[in-house]
Write a protein that binds this ligand. Structure first.
Ligand SMILES: NC(=O)c1ccc[n+]([C@@H]2O[C@H](COP(=O)([O-])OP(=O)(O)OC[C@H]3O[C@@H](n4cnc5c(N)ncnc54)[C@H](OP(=O)(O)O)[C@@H]3O)[C@@H](O)[C@H]2O)c1
Length: 247
């Protein structure tokens, strides 16, 4: 399991959930991994557990992204795998959504993801892999999550433009779009555990395979898309949602 041996991989938002699981997976496959997060203590704790490098950087801040790129360049030179994973959820109807909620989601999920790619391009190796963490909601927008869905739909559009712009350098750009996946993200929107569990029960009913996704499975997909086996894949979105998008 060392088919990513010595590859340099940057993962934004690596202190929990899918980012954490992917850092573990890429490290197991031999990569040198750098994880980022807003909260210094949380990101350093996660990095210590995983045996990877931590850099504190807020994806919503372009100057933090520039500092991250400078630090990675100084310490690692160039990047083989860029996994733009950090993202936040937020619920509310269009009528209820405040400007603050709109900006907070868009600034991390879209603007931050966009400028992470933009600023890393000069230090991506030719032949590198870029993966955006999108969502199945990009393909099936529903009520109550319009800003989140819009952020991920726009991300998929950026992914396709980037795949074309970077193809001359053989840099591949793809996205992975999970459905409901067991991570901490729902608890962070301010709901208590019982409410989260109630929502999850309703959601699982809508999944043809009748289960939640696992971070580890998303991590394996990111590793695959970034491996030699996927060298002819670019501009693709991989939906991992137990068939939910079809139902
Ligand atoms: N879980 C799902 O059901 C699901 C489904 C589809 C797509 N997704 C997407 O998957 C991605 C990962 O989410 P997750 O489910 O693994 O949730 P998670 O456990 O909350 O992980 C999100 C990670 O991103 C970090 N992060 C958030 N905002 C950041 C910022 N401004 N700058 C840097 N890091 C930031 C978080 O750090 P903090 O702990 O400091 O906030 C955390 O490490 C997100 O893009 C999410 O939209 C999740």
């Amino acid at each position: 399991m060392d088919n990513l041996k010595d590859k340099v991989a940057v993962i934004t938002g690596g202190n929990s959930g899918i980012g954490y699981a992917t850092a573990k997976q890429l490290k197991e496959q031999g990569a040198q991994v750098i994880i980022t997060g807003r909260r210094k203590e949380a990101i350093e704790k996660a990095a210590q557990e995983l045996g990877v490098t931590a850099v504190t950087a807020d994806q919503a801040s372009v100057s933090d992204i520039e500092n991250l790129v400078a630090k990675v360049k100084e310490d690692f030179g160039a990047v083989d795998i860029l996994f733009i994973n950090a993202g936040i959820a937020g619920l509310g109807t269009i009528e209820q959504t405040s400007e603050e909620l709109y900006d907070s989601i868009m600034n991390v999920n879209l603007k931050g993801a966009y400028f992470t790619l933009s600023k890393f391009i000069p230090i991506l190796k030719d032949g590198a892999s870029v993966v955006f963490l999108s969502s199945n909601t990009a393909s099936m927008p529903g009520p109550g999550s319009s800003v989140y869905s819009a952020s991920k739909t726009a991300l998929n559009s950026v992914m396709k433009s980037a795949a074309l712009e970077l193809a001359p350098r053989k840099i591949r750009v793809n996205s992975v779009s999970p459905g409901p996946t067991e991570t901490e993200v729902m608890k962070k929107v301010g709901l208590d555990e019982a409410t989260v569990n109630g929502i999850m029960d309703v959601v699982v009913e809508k999944v043809p395979l009748k289960q939640m996704g696992k971070s580890e499975d998303v991590a394996k997909m990111v590793a695959y898309v970034s491996s030699e086996a996927a060298k002819f894949i670019t501009g693709s979105d991989f939906i991992m949602d137990g068939g939910m998008v079809l139902a």
